[in-house]
Ligand binder design. Structure first.
Ligand code: 5AD
Ligand code: FES
Length: 360
């Protein structure tokens, strides 16, 4: 039965919720190896052996939210907060551009200091200076009109994980907000025309095979352009400090299943996985992942952006991060690609969009 389900995944890229639960509760070592092989094969079929690099700039660790798992949650008084000025962010892009990056991921807590106007002019400045780069935002929930303004200004992509697709667990982990609101934001981003990155954490307290199957069916139905999946790592200054956290194995299984269910998505090998195991990212790259996001954040603020503790690449500068990652990718038998690396889906979308525009 498990092998039949894996065959079905390989050929049809489709499984029902019940089938996913069955698979998750019946995987043994041999079927797990088959799952990993199928995921790797699917990645090669769709994207070849390339690994796309994105330069990550963590520009502010100020956050108005209080997610129970997150080290930079508003109530954590022990965090020394920082904000990078737009000109410093631009400078960081300049440095990254020189290193060869053609995608910048601008990530922060939900920080209202960065008004719509500030972000719009920053996006315009980056695009004006470096017209051939893609800008990815990862700044959390904002009103629809803000998203629209960012897209109009030239932002190409937006990352915002659903975190967990179980409504009750979501509400417990995210005080004052709901899964429904998160889904509405994801739908809005899609409708506006962003390449959308979704994803979730693995190993959250209260998350078993049923909840994880909900995460996977959510991905299957949303069909995002990018999917970030990482282990939950407990942070000592959060309410979840004494929880267990996710494992490398559980996370790799989810990465492989995500590759098979959404075969044309770009899938990062997450830093959280690299933090749990020194070769965690390489392992993800061999079971379907095809993106790595080296850190470009200036060294002086980098240690302050800790969603979880013992994060890797905090001591290294961006030049070191890039060469370390290139070396790891090549050792894994894969090839670094410094291009924009748009998702296959978005490349297919583009011609029909331009026809539609032309008709208006
Ligand atoms: N462990 C692992 N991942 C975390 N994130 C936030 N806190 C943690 C943690 N303690 C993830 C969330 C968020 C992404 C930027 O980082 O999934 O979407
Ligand atoms: Fe910042 Fe969760 S604590 S968005």
């Amino acid at each position: 039965m498990v092998l039949n389900l894996l065959e079905k995944l390989l050929v049809e890229h489709e499984l029902s919720y019940e089938e996913i639960v069955y698979l998750l509760t019946h995987l043994d070592d041999a079927s797990e190896r088959t799952l990993f092989q199928y995921a790797h094969q699917t990645r090669l079929d769709f994207y070849g052996n390339r690994v796309y690099l994105r330069g990550l700039i963590e520009f502010s660790n100020v956050c108005r939210r209080n997610c129970l798992y997150c080290g930079i949650r508003a109530s954590n008084q022990s965090v020394e907060r920082y904000r990078m000025l737009p000109e410093d962010i631009l400078q960081c892009c300049k440095h990254g551009y020189g290193l060869g990056y053609r995608t910048f991921v601008l990530q922060s807590g939900e920080d209202p200091w960065y008004t719509t106007d500030i972000l719009v002019s920053l996006i315009r400045d980056i695009k004006g200076r470096f017209p051939d780069v893609a800008i990815t935002l990862s700044i959390g929930e904002r009103p629809f009109l803000d998203y629209l303004a960012f897209h109009k200004a030239g932002a190409d992509r937006f990352l915002m994980r659903h975190e967990t697709a179980d409504g009750v667990l979501y509400a417990r982990l995210h005080p004052g907000t709901s899964l429904r609101e998160r889904i509405a934001s994801l739908e809005a981003l899609k409708e506006i025309g962003f390449q959308v990155g979704d994803g979730f954490m693995v190993g959250l307290p209260g998350q078993g095979p049923e909840e994880l199957a909900k995460d996977l069916t959510f991905l299957r139905d949303l069909h995002p352009d990018m999917i970030g999946i990482g282990p939950f790592i407990p942070h000592s200054q959060t309410p979840l400090h004494d929880c267990e956290g996710g494992t490398v194995r559980q996370t790799l299984i989810m990465v492989a299943l995500a590759r098979l269910l959404v075969p044309d998505a770009l899938l990062p090998a997450t830093t959280a996985l690299g933090t749990l195991h020194s070769r965690g990212r390489e392992q993800a790259l061999s079971v379907g992942a095809n993106v790595v996001m080296p850190n470009l954040t200036p060294a002086r603020v980098r240690p302050k952006y800790q969603l979880y503790e013992n994060k890797i690449c905090v001591e290294e500068d961006s030049d070191q991060c890039r060469s370390c990652i290139e070396w790891r990718i090549e050792l894994a038998g894969l090839k670094v690609d410094m291009g924009r690396g748009d998702s296959l889906r978005s490349m297919k979308r583009r011609p029909s969009e331009s026809t539609a525009m032309g008709a208006i």
